[in-house]
Write a protein that binds this ligand. Structure first.
Ligand code: FAD
Length: 488
């Protein structure tokens, strides 16, 4: 029989990512005692490895840069991008409070916002970049939470089941994954922030059976396997919009993943072209986002493409994965990238275009024609390529051997659907009646409320709403436990 460890607190937060830090700060500031439970060995979830960008509206940084933004403009962009599927109440709630409740709040807690950048679907630049990216923002908030006196961060502790007594959630039964022991944490309120399910390919294919015939890669934080969804459903909670998944296509299979399921996101090669399995281009590669590039690649037969570049471009290749960072940083180690280029079976090279075509298994004549036609547009000084309208000025031709091709494969990155909650982040049942003692936030809750983005997102609309809903959940959970006035 395994030993049992029993702990007690006012507010238990499950998951140490964006929700973990935001909810714990909020609950501590209200005066509640807090324990955070994390199933992985390390803290931070997807948040700490993320780009850190948050969509924020009408901030001083925008105003100083002469960017004229407004709540109504952002709302219009948001709803259009969501293709009619966004939760409009949550979207407005977030947009109208993003400046005070994230930009200024974050600044007061050590986050340094450095720039507002443009992203697809936005009328103006509003993707706010924090210094240090995801690790910069997460570490600043983690240090704040530590400073506020979070009682314990229980790593290697996987929540398994919610404890319900008299219709109220009063804690969690978990497993200490290093010893196998059972850990029971009793709490007056529980905030679930266990993230999405995009590191669980089975779950992705369960909600998107149409993708079963394609190769799809897992691409969220390693612990984001959808545990919380099942735990909440088991106590009567409900999920919504589960098939709205945000895919990226600038990813290759991770050859070091023993299960062959994870992907590596590749960036930094603006001059690459995308060629399908028939050897042809099919899209303006500048439109590479989840709502454009991903859609185009997933319409190819089969649903992948080759990112083709020459030897002058490979220096720019960057890999958004901690395996390729220099120790203790979120910056790529050039030696590791070089090794990847030569060792990955998903990256091919050739001394000539014909040789590369043979390596990647596409017809050499079509491939040659594709590359030459694209190059000749640049050579002729055309403003845009006549086939897909890609702007060509100051673009590089693909002409310096050796040539490289990276096997871009759709990667499931972010969940836009999840556990349905009310505006206090209280999980609701199928009749939308709140479940006493149970709060859900972040990607588990489709970033906030169940489906704040809708079908597509504006970028920065994952981490931002996850931090925001984490705050809301933490404040109302503390209130439920007898502390503070809730989220103001
Ligand atoms: C590489 C990458 C880059 C990204 N960049 C951006 C960006 O620039 N802008 C943006 O808006 N979004 C970005 N995102 C998305 C964003 O990071 C997430 O949506 C956000 O972190 C979600 O916060 P969360 O707290 O809900 O989940 P997470 O931050 O993933 O935290 C969830 C935590 O719960 C833990 N957990 C899971 N199950 C259990 C269990 N049973 N018991 C205990 N703990 C458990 C997980 O291990 C994890 O640590 C990115 C995501 C990735 C993967």
């Amino acid at each position: 029989m395994c030993a049992q460890r029993k702990l007690e607190t006012d507010v238990l937060v499950v998951g140490s990512g964006a929700v973990g830090v935001a909810a714990s700060i909020e609950a501590r500031e209200a005066g509640a005692s807090v324990i955070v439970m994390e199933k992985e060995e390390t803290l931070g979830g997807a948040a700490v490895i993320s780009g850190g960008g948050c969509a924020l509206v009408d901030t001083v940084l925008q105003r100083e840069a002469g960017i004229e933004d407004s709540h109504d403009l952002a709302f219009e962009d948001w709803i259009r991008q969501g293709q009619g599927k966004a939760d409009e109440v949550w979207a407005r709630f977030y947009i109208e409070r993003s400046n005070d409740a994230l930009f200024e709040w974050g600044k007061d807690r050590g986050v340094e916002w450095v720039a507002a950048r443009q992203n697809e679907g936005n009328s103006v630049p509003r993707w706010h970049q924090p210094k240090g990216g995801g690790s910069g923002i997460w570490n600043a908030l983690y240090n704040t939470a530590q400073g506020r006196g979070v009682e314990a961060w229980l790593t290697n502790t996987a929540a398994k089941e919610l404890i319900v007594e008299d219709g109220r959630v009063v804690g969690v039964v978990a497993e200490d994954t290093s010893s196998g022991d059972t850990v029971e944490v009793r709490a007056k309120a529980v905030v679930m922030g266990s993230g999405g399910f995009n590191s669980n390919l089975d779950k992705v294919l369960e909600v998107r059976p149409d993708l079963r015939e394609h190769r799809i890669l897992e691409g969220s934080g390693r612990g984001d396997t959808g545990d919380g969804h099942g735990m909440i459903e088991a106590v009567g909670g409900t999920t919504t919009h589960m098939d709205d998944i945000w895919f990226y296509v600038y990813a290759i299979p991770d050859h070091l993943d023993e299960n062959g399921r994870r992907g590596l996101v590749i960036r930094g090669v603006p001059d690459n072209i995308w060629v399908n399995a028939q050897g042809a281009r099919f899209h303006n590669e500048d439109l590479s986002g989840g709502g454009t590039g991903a859609v185009a690649v997933m319409e190819q037969e089969p649903a992948y493409c080759w990112s083709v570049m020459d030897s002058t471009m490979t220096d720019g290749v960057s890999v958004s994965d901690p395996q390729y960072y220099a120790p203790g940083t979120s910056t790529n180690d050039p030696e590791k990238i070089k090794a990847l280029l030569h060792e990955s079976p998903h990256i091919k090279s050739g001394a000539t275009l014909e040789e590369l075509a043979s390596e990647i298994g596409v017809p050499a004549d079509t491939f040659n024609e594709t590359v030459n036609r694209y190059n000749s547009g640049i050579d002729q000084g055309l403003e845009e390529d006549p086939d897909f309208g890609r702007p060509l000025s100051s673009r590089k031709m693909i002409q310096s051997p050796p040539y490289y091709a990276l096997n871009f494969t759709p990667l499931a990155r972010k969940n836009f659907g999840g556990v349905k909650t009310d505006l206090h982040c209280q999980a609701v049942d199928k009749h939308y009646v709140p479940i006493p003692g149970l709060f859900a936030a972040g990607e588990l809750a489709g970033m906030a409320g169940g489906h704040i983005n809708g079908k597509h997102g504006l970028e920065g609309t994952m981490l931002g709403p996850s931090l925001f809903s984490g705050r809301v959940a933490g404040a109302w959970a503390a209130h439920d436990a007898g502390y503070g006035d809730g989220f103001e």
